[in-house]
Design a protein around this ligand. Structure first.
Ligand SMILES: Nc1ncnc2c1ncn2[C@@H]1O[C@H](COP(=O)(O)OP(=O)(O)OP(=O)(O)O)[C@@H](O)[C@H]1O
Ligand SMILES: [Mg+2]
Length: 279
């Protein structure tokens, strides 16, 4: 077994241990103990995310090198890079699922030391609990009033009326909408998206882009979108960062009017070309 394969297996093992059983929900929702009073509604809006000199190594392999990056409150940032370039690693550090080898990460001025309720994640696969209905998946925290909150989040993603369906009967795009509703229900200050639309067909992907742009426009959480897809980065983000060899190779504003037109926009095509050159 090569070092690369072994590293990937170890990675997958660690990941599956994290996602085993009901604990999977800890990645998305902070459980309030059943008797705990409802958390006060969070202010809607984004939080400042700061990375200072952040490095990450796995054994001998240096994946990230002294990254300095600020995501201002409410900004929509896309990170683009080749496979294995360390994009998911950054996201796991920001989510508090892993710790940097050097440097510091703060969100809203507080060091990231573990999972936090105001930081939410969305992965390529929706990771719904098959034994929970749609509304049960969204409202897992079970705080007082959770059903109304969950129903509102579902309506927000265009799934009003599907509350009692089981995940198995949903399409891939609908599952991702449920996962998005689950992330949104607790009004995150930071939304981390790791290739969330990569498995969807092109039309559904464009629909999800429009949905995400609208929801982000309303709630203004700080957003980090990780993607291979340069067109997706230009369609959604305020700013695109190219990650290459563990460093930032390009950091460019995406100064295009919203809502974005994804096709036949020469300004978007020029930006895509500039980013592609650096990937
Ligand atoms: N827990 C781990 N143990 C060992 N190596 C790891 C671990 N996590 C990530 N790596 C290695 O770090 C490198 C970056 O991985 P990462 O998952 O961050 O890449 P990525 O940019 O998200 O790639 P992709 O676009 O394919 O998802 C890879 O070489 C990977 O093998
Ligand atoms: Mg990845």
């Amino acid at each position: 077994m090569t070092g690369e394969i072994r590293a990937r297996r170890l990675h997958a093992d660690a990941e599956s241990r994290l996602f085993e059983g009901v604990d999977i929900t800890d990645l998305y929702e902070t459980h309030a103990p059943a008797q705990a009073p409802a958390a006060p509604a969070r202010q809607v809006g984004g939080l400042l995310v700061s990375l200072r000199g952040v490095a990450k190594s796995f054994g001998e392999r240096r994946v990230l090198e002294a990254l300095d990056l600020d995501i201002p409150a409410g900004q929509f940032l896309a990170i683009v890079g080749r496979s294995g370039g360390g994009k998911t690693t950054i996201m796991r550090l920001l989510a508090g699922l892993d710790a940097p080898s050097a440097g510091s990460i703060t969100i809203d001025g507080k060091p990231v030391t573990g999972l936090r309720p105001e930081v939410r994640l969305l992965f390529q696969d929706a990771r719904l609990l098959p034994w929970q209905t749609v509304i049960g998946n969204v409202g897992i925290a079970r705080q007082p009033g959770w059903k109304q909150e969950a129903a509102r989040a579902l309506a927000d993603v265009g799934l009003g009326g599907r509350e009692t369906d089981w995940p198995a009967v949903l399409s891939g795009g609908q599952r991702q909408r449920v996962a998005l509703a689950r992330a949104l229900v607790s009004r995150p200050g930071v939304l981390l998206l790791d290739e969330p639309f990569g498995a969807l067909d092109a039309l559904t992907r464009v629909e999800m882009h429009q949905l995400l742009e609208r929801i982000w426009g309303t709630h203004r959480f700080s957003t980090l979108l990780i993607t291979h897809d340069v067109a997706e980065a230009v369609a959604l983000a305020d700013r695109a960062v190219v990650l290459r060899d563990g460093k930032i190779a390009l950091d460019i504003p995406v100064d295009l009017p919203r809502p974005r037109r994804e096709h036949a926009d020469p300004a978007a095509a020029r930006l895509q070309a500039a980013i592609l050159k650096e990937v």
